[in-house]
Design a protein. Structure first.
Ligand SMILES: Nc1ncnc2c1ncn2[C@@H]1O[C@H](COP(=O)(O)OP(=O)(O)O)[C@@H](O)[C@H]1O
Ligand SMILES: [Mg+2]
Length: 332
């Protein structure tokens, strides 16, 4: 009779995918049966083992190579992954924005401690503000600070003419988000509200946005979900309620504008700059536009072999940048 040890060994080797061990135990069973006088059964078992061994040659077990975190399958085309190294200090943030982000980072870093007290860190955050105020950059920075991968949802791949398909893809994204902890950025999330010039009917579009909101609400993962938008008015008020917090990014004030210039031009001599003139020229520009203007002034200086940035050059560069006509200051 087959011993319980042998049954155990069979099941174990099968579960480990260890074919050679599996067949060797089967052969031991055959030998035992032969000794016990059941020659016919023993021979049939040996024959069977020989036969299946040929059909499935014993392949050495090689652990499948899984890249650290790379979405696989259908979801791969919906997300782009990166490992940003941006830091909080790379950004110039309004004090209330900086506070909100530091709180988010602290809660994430101490999430085990919070969990021991039955508390969960906030992790669903809506970032609102005019273009170029650092919303996308903030998502990179949060991933960089927490050492997590950043997954950016690719709306071009997500949103199709077929709303049912879009909702199914959205589900894949939320499945992935529950499986792999990371920072997931729905950038320019107003795209989900359907302002894409596609001739979808309004009821269908609402359904996609609603399914996003339902996924958001029922999501119990450890991932951080960031949604960013320049158009808060396009978003349903219902959207706001599904987030743990809403962070509003204002255009830079004078202090912020000066800090952006100084950060960008840290390698240059700024001792002769007349700040009142520069700051006046920066009014109404976003952080991003001020960065570009500072870079342009720096290039002028380099190309004319000067290490000093002069006020006129910086002012001219700032005046050459587009500014928003009506800021709306991120309110809704
Ligand atoms: N608050 C900021 N502090 C420093 N640099 C900024 C800030 N906001 C924007 N920038 C610069 O402008 C670039 C574009 O900003 P981005 O984050 O894409 O703006 P948004 O997503 O709000 O439109 C950034 O990569 C960065 O170089
Ligand atoms: Mg952006």
């Amino acid at each position: 009779m087959v011993s319980s040890d042998q049954v155990f060994a069979l099941v174990q080797s099968h579960s480990e995918g260890d074919d050679s061990q599996f067949y060797s135990v089967a052969m031991q069973v055959a030998a035992k049966e032969a000794r016990a006088g059941r020659a016919k059964f023993a021979q049939e078992l040996r024959d069977l083992v020989d036969q299946v061994r040929v059909q499935s040659p014993v392949t050495p077990r090689v652990a499948p190579v899984t890249p650290l975190v790379l979405p696989r399958g259908d979801v791969a085309s919906l997300l782009s992954v990166s490992y940003p190294d941006a830091r909080l200090s790379d950004l110039v943030l309004a004090p209330e924005v900086g506070d909100a982000i530091e709180t988010l980072l602290l809660e994430q870093r101490q999430r085990d401690m919070l969990a021991r007290h039955g508390l969960t860190p906030s992790r669903r955050v809506l970032l609102i503000g005019p273009p170029g105020t650092g919303k996308t950059f903030t998502a990179h920075m949060i991933a960089g600070e927490l050492g997590l991968p950043l997954f950016v949802i690719r709306f071009d791949a997500l949103i199709t003419k077929f709303m049912g398909e879009t909702a199914a893809k959205l589900r894949l994204v939320f499945d992935e988000l529950a499986e792999t902890r990371g920072v997931y950025l729905f950038d320019e999330v107003d795209a989900l509200a359907g302002d894409r010039g596609m001739s979808n009917d309004v009821g269908e579009i609402r359904r996609v946005l609603n399914s996003f909101l339902l996924f958001l609400e029922s999501d119990a993962s450890d991932s951080i979900i960031l949604a960013a938008t320049n158009h808060p008015r396009l978003l349903d008020p219902a959207v706001f309620r599904r987030f743990d917090s809403v962070i509003r990014f204002p255009l830079p004030d004078e202090d912020a504008a000066r800090a952006v210039v100084q950060n960008r031009l840290s390698g240059f001599n700024l001792s002769s700059i007349s700040w009142p003139r520069v700051l006046e020229a920066a009014v109404g520009l976003s952080h991003a536009e001020i960065c570009v203007a500072a870079e342009n002034a720096a290039k002028r200086a380099v190309l004319t072999r000067k290490s000093r940035i002069v006020t006129d050059s910086l002012v001219a560069a700032l005046q050459g940048r587009p500014r928003k006509r009506s800021e709306g200051s991120g309110g809704d």
